[in-house]
Design a protein around this ligand. Structure first.
Ligand SMILES: Nc1ncnc2c1ncn2[C@@H]1O[C@H](COP(=O)(O)OP(=O)(O)O)[C@@H](O)[C@H]1O
Ligand SMILES: [Mg+2]
Length: 330
């Protein structure tokens, strides 16, 4: 009997469309694979549907159920490929549910997902490795705007960057140039981020360099860095509008490339990344500093992650098949 692999996609509002595009690309890569592919579409409201036309409502079975209940009966799942990003997809929540269901999955586990998804916690781990990170301030849930502004002025100065700790896709992220800006952006960011916000010193001149981490055939690989060619804020529109130029291979010196690879290797070890991740850095004024890590990076045809694999001679299809094989062996 063929192993049945559930491709979970859709989910949270801000990352929904990119997840749907990721599903289209990845399912096409898996055509003719040795597995039976089961699409599982998650609506923006969190309802699960199975089948090619997403016609059948499904409910995950808890406590070792290992599959889904549907109106047509029980559907066994041998492994999940969660093509989901951000909250409830990449942050350990789904992974916890799958652990309880007793279904193996591709990608980071609960703890790695949760720590990596929180920009403050991830930075704490990375800075403990003596890898540069940007100075930052976090606020308590009860912080009022004036108190937060005081802390930022004292520790960071202007300009600064404010962003939710646990959201992606640049949602709720704002460049802040002065006090007036701060007053209007702080509450917006707090609202978007569920009162969990981080402020950082803003880099006005920077390059955005990212590398792919993957595990294949029992080996860890860090690809050469790629680059997002953006001079200012890489916002939601710039990410998904299709206008931003990206390079699968950044034009940087050997020295910077080696430094990024060394940092990425150590970050992968410290966070215990599994199967795949994209590790993002800024290069500014001769310093490479860690920005963030995505434990399930964008995986559409146009995403930098698969492009970086290709540029390193790794077909994305082979990588995905290897992740599934490894997850099934767990
Ligand atoms: N401290 C900073 N200085 C300058 N630009 C920043 C800073 N932090 C974030 N940005 C910009 O905002 C974008 C989104 O921030 P990021 O931390 O990567 O969050 P997200 O999870 O939303 O991608 C970055 O790609 C970058 O363009
Ligand atoms: Mg980012």
């Amino acid at each position: 009997m063929k192993k049945r692999i559930a491709l979970l996609y859709g989910g949270e509002k801000s990352e929904h469309d990119v997840s749907v595009m990721g599903y289209k690309y990845v399912s096409s890569l898996l055509n003719g694979s040795p597995y039976e592919i089961l699409p599982v579409y998650i609506t923006k409201m969190g309802e699960w549907y199975v089948g090619d036309k997403s016609q059948l409502r499904a409910y995950p079975c808890a406590y070792g159920g290992g599959g889904l209940y549907t109106e047509d009966g029980y559907v066994r799942i041998d492994c999940v490929l969660p093509l989901l990003h951000g909250r409830l997809g990449e942050d350990g929540s789904l992974q916890g549910a799958l652990d309880i269901m007793g279904v193996p999955y591709v990608g980071a586990d609960v703890c790695t997902g949760a720590v990596s998804a929180d920009k403050h916690y991830a930075k704490l781990v990375v800075s403990s490795l003596d890898i540069p990170t940007l100075d930052s301030v976090v606020f308590s849930s009860f912080e009022d705007t004036e108190g937060a502004l005081g802390k930022c002025k004292e520790k960071l100065g202007f300009p600064l960057f404010i962003k939710p700790r646990r959201l992606g896709s640049s949602v709720g992220a704002y460049p802040v140039y002065d006090e007036e800006d701060f007053r209007s952006c702080f509450s917006l960011s707090m609202k978007a981020g569920g009162n969990l916000v981080i402020a950082e010193r803003m880099l006005e001149e920077k390059r955005e360099l990212e590398c792919a981490f993957l595990e294949m055939g029992g080996k860890r690989i860090i690809t050469a860095p790629g680059e997002i060619h953006i001079s200012g804020f890489y916002g939601f529109g710039e990410k998904y509008g299709g206008q931003t130029r990206v390079s699968a291979r950044a034009d940087i010196s050997k020295e910077y490339a080696e430094r990024i690879s060394d940092y990425a290797e150590r970050i992968a070890e410290a966070l215990r990344l599994r199967h795949l991740a994209r590790i993002d850095f800024f290069l500014s004024d001769g310093t490479v500093c860690f920005n963030e890590v995505n434990t399930f990076p964008g995986f559409t045809e146009d995403s930098l992650y698969p492009k970086m694999l290709e540029a390193s001679g790794i077909p994305p299809r082979d990588a995905i098949l290897s992740f599934i094989e490894d997850a099934l062996a767990c």
